[in-house]
Design a protein around this ligand. Structure first.
Ligand code: GLN
Length: 476
């Protein structure tokens, strides 16, 4: 079952050789067996079994009424809300909070008969690249639990890596589904900004946040995207046209791909990542595609620009957690001012506090022009430059991460090096363009590596379609 695609699972469910109950029993026992990885914050055991039995009844009796995702068991990141269920964004500040509604993307999955198995661990409010900043502790990589899972959707990626569900819903602000996907040998897709409703996604940086999908197969990413990308009046930033299911998918024999020599010449990139990336380019050329180097001189500005803008947005988004309206409230406070200060001081972790401070600083009167508005201009430059490149190319290829999963203790005293690990993923986020991480085999230490492909806005389906054909490129 571990390697079956959704289409194969559905075929078996229809011919009676598999039942939903059998599927969820298997997943639940794998969750139990992989508990030490700490991928889940909560498992919906009873509800999952009940849903599986209902679906089995439906399959037996009325096959025609089945939703498009029947048999798809998925996990959901602890930043996507489900009615009457707890959700905390990996933070103490949302302790005890229950959502009164369901996120649109999650509802669309349920409406199509998918079953949600539990909520997965993540960096607090999505802030991190290693899942080391969660109130619930770190998530271990299934290949080596002493190593990180990537972040911030580390639990989501490991939930797929450890075979505890078919698909995981995560969120991606600057690489949070692509980077953990690379570190766990799975596919991680971030759509064009506005392709999926953000209603019910806990906000980190609203002009960057998008739902992301992690799966073992590109075709399953495609199936899920077809369902979750649909108009939602609750999200004013959603695209009204060109949604995933309506995008043209005409297949070309050969594609044109650009790559940036500057991106792989820097010191920070691991030799094996560089080698794998060059084998990938050679593979693409052998397949008849055109792969050309292109100059890109904005590389050094990506990470600073991303962190200025996202911390600014986060400092504003997170001001709503005041100890009054949601979750955690300090018990010691004697007056309303203390209540705000103490609830936030006790409720937020140190990474979040650092970013709120940084964000407030770059938005402050004296520094607004020097940092925030300058970063916005750089963001426009980045988008324009990519658009210019896409005038002559279908996709841009890059490694997903400059390094493989590191030891949990490795970057603890060097937060900047954790930020720098985002260098390749923040590019598509700054530009609002779709990007996917494709599994690319393991390094000599047995750790998974990923390759990233970026497409112009609105070419999501073409990008995922291309990935379906290169799934096993590293075995050829
Ligand atoms: N690592 C990046 C950050 O910490 C990206 C996180 C994300 O995409 N949510 O901001």
């Amino acid at each position: 079952m571990g390697t079956l695609s959704l289409a194969e699972i559905q075929e078996k469910l229809l011919d009676g050789s598999l039942t939903c109950r059998k599927i969820v029993d298997t997943y639940l026992s794998r969750i139990e067996a992989s508990k030490h990885l700490n991928a889940y914050v909560e498992v919906y055991t009873e509800e999952v079994i009940r849903q599986a039995d209902i679906l089995d009844g439906k399959i037996k009796n009325k096959r025609t009424e089945l939703g498009r995702l029947f048999g798809c068991v998925f996990s959901v990141k602890d930043m996507i809300v489900l009615e009457n269920h707890g959700v905390t964004a990996g933070s103490r500040i949302l302790e005890g909070f229950k959502s009164r509604f369901t996120a649109t993307c999650l509802q669309r999955m349920l409406d199509e008969d998918a079953i949600v198995i539990g909520r997965t661990n993540c960096d607090e409010f999505g802030m991190g690249s290693a899942n080391l900043h969660s109130h619930y502790g770190s998530v271990g990589n299934a290949v080596d639990p002493e190593r990180v899972s990537g972040g911030s959707s580390g639990g989501a990626a490991v939930s797929v890596q450890a075979g505890t569900c078919l698909v995981a819903l995560g969120t991606d602000t600057g690489g949070s589904v692509r980077q953990p996907a690379a570190m766990t040998g799975t596919f991680g897709f971030k759509p064009t900004y506005g392709m999926v409703s953000r209603y019910g996604l806990i906000a980190y940086a609203s002009s960057f946040d998008q739902l992301g999908v992690i799966a073992g197969r590109a075709e399953d990413v495609d199936r899920v995207m077809d369902v979750v990308s649909s108009v939602d009046p609750h999200d004013g930033t959603m695209l009204q046209r060109g949604l995933y299911g309506s995008q043209l998918t005409e297949k070309k024999e050969t594609y044109r791909l650009a790559w940036f020599p500057e991106a792989v010449e820097s010191d920070g990139i691991d030799d094996e990542v560089r080698d794998r990336f060059s084998s990938f380019r050679a593979y693409l050329s052998r397949q008849g595609h055109t792969v050309e180097p292109v100059g890109f001189d904005l590389l050094d500005y990506l990470v600073p620009c991303y962190y200025i803008l996202t911390t600014a947005e986060a400092s504003s988004n997170l001001s709503r957690y005041d100890g009054v309206r949601y979750g955690y409230r300090s018990k010691e406070a004697k007056n309303i001012n203390d209540l705000y200060v103490m609830s936030r001081s006790e409720g937020f972790g140190s990474e979040v506090k650092k970013r709120i401070m940084l964000g407030s600083f770059v938005l402050s009167e004296g520094y607004y022009d020097a940092y925030f508005s300058k970063a916005q201009k750089v963001r426009t430059l980045v988008r324009n430059r990519l658009q210019e490149i896409f005038g002559g190319f279908d996709f841009i290829v890059l490694p997903t991460s400059p390094v493989a999963a590191w030891k949990k203790s490795d970057k603890a005293d060097n937060p900047l090096s954790e930020y720098m690990a985002d260098i390749y993923t923040v590019l598509a986020s700054l530009a609002g363009m779709p990007a996917i991480s494709v599994p690319s085999g393991n390094n000599s230490g047995g750790l998974p590596l990923g390759i990233q492909l970026i497409a112009p806005a609105g070419s999501d389906k073409k990008l995922v379609g291309f990935c379906k054909d290169i799934t096993d490129w590293h075995n050829i």
